[in-house]
Design a protein around this ligand. Structure first.
Ligand SMILES: [Zn+2]
Length: 364
């Protein structure tokens, strides 16, 4: 059972009595920690494969895939997005086998149950279709593979909508585990339950918010229901129960947006290599994805830079260019802001016009 976003310091006799008791009677893995980056989906794959992201192939919640001429930003919470990885990976989503696959190969059948994103559920057992004949299944509010929502609803009634905290839906899927899976004659050899709280509620409301506390109590009560069902069916002694989390939660107010930083880095690298990124800057055009200098425009760049360096305002330079019908990119007129963009772009440092720029006077 994965309690998404559980902080170890929030496991206590008062707040999470069932988990606290389980830890007391079992083993507490003190050095358990998230893999970097400590976000859900790459930790979901780390939990299912036992590998670091560089080996399992899910480097973040979002990452880029090559597509046509450009790239596609893949959202690992989206099962359809994850499916696209198969065309690059010999029909696989992950680069390593999962625990569910190994259990399946050894003749056991597995059930992945999840109230988190469909992506986090799929990453627990992406080859579930290959194993569907053996009875492997994914049960997620938005992803039913080897299972059917209709069949489950016929037994348990209508599935509740998601909410914050996700109390009702979490209870519903817990019931699916206790009443339909554990109680079955053919109980799965492996059940993985991805419990979206406390993560969902901590994100919306904050770590210490009363709703987040309620979300923790929900998770504990649901764990309790599962432990009780194992007891009631006589399976407790032959079952290993592991409760873990994909990551904790920090209370820092400042945020470093790694995706944003990496994107900026990638764009800078592409520019440095002369590869196409968006529109070509003034002074260049694209030929076969390579930036190619346009000499006439580079002369204007030199004019702009020289005059600005001599103290002319961006506004003055813009008016000078417009008065002489020198058009900016795509035939447009110049504004102080466009002149400033050209002046501040360091790409021109590496390109000089072949001939000296015309240097007519611009009035200061
Ligand atoms: Zn998470």
């Amino acid at each position: 059972m994965v309690w998404d976003g559980l902080r170890p310091d929030m496991v206590s006799e008062d707040l999470t009595p069932r988990l606290h008791a389980l830890a007391g009677a079992g083993t507490w893995f003190e050095r358990s920690h998230a893999v970097v980056p400590p976000v859900t989906r790459c930790n979901s794959a780390a939990l299912s494969t036992g590998c670091l992201p560089e080996h399992h192939g899910i480097p973040g919640n979002h990452f880029v895939l090559p597509r046509d001429e450009g790239v596609h930003l893949l959202n690992a919470a989206d099962a359809d997005d994850l499916e696209q990885l198969r065309s690059f990976r010999n029909g696989r989503v992950l680069l390593r086998r999962t625990l569910a696959e190994l259990v399946s190969e050894a003749g056991g059948h597995t059930a992945i149950v999840g109230t988190g994103s469909p992506g986090a559920a799929l990453l627990q057992h992406p080859q579930v279709r290959d194993a569907a004949s053996s009875g492997d299944a994914i049960y997620n509010h938005s992803l039913w593979l080897g299972s059917s929502r209709e069949d489950v609803e016929a037994e348990l009634g209508p599935m509740p909508e998601g909410s914050v905290p996700n109390t009702e839906q979490n209870v519903y899927f817990t019931k699916l585990i206790t009443d339909l899976l554990i109680a079955s004659d053919k109980a799965p050899a492996l059940i993985t339950f991805w419990h979206t709280d406390p993560d969902r509620t901590k994100h919306r409301q904050g770590v210490g918010h009363p709703d987040a506390i309620r979300a923790l109590r929900d998770a504990d009560r649901n764990l309790g229901s599962i432990l009780d069902a194992l007891d009631a069916t006589g399976r407790a002694d032959s079952t290993n129960v592991i409760v873990t989390s994909d990551h904790g939660f920090a209370t820092v107010a400042e945020r470093v947006d790694i995706n944003e930083l990496l994107t900026r880095e990638i764009i800078a690298k592409k520019r440095a290599k002369g590869e196409r990124v968006g529109h070509a800057p003034f002074g260049f055009t694209y030929q076969n994805k390579q930036l190619v200098p346009v000499q006439n425009e580079l002369k204007i760049v030199k004019l702009i830079r020289d005059h600005r360096n001599q103290g002319y305002s961006y506004h003055k330079i813009a008016r000078y260019l417009n008065d002489r019908k020198i058009s900016s990119k795509r035939g447009g007129i110049w504004y102080a802001e466009t002149v400033k963009t050209v002046y501040q772009n360091t790409i021109y440092d590496r390109y000089k016009p072949n001939e000296p720029a015309p240097m007519p006077e611009v009035k200061k």
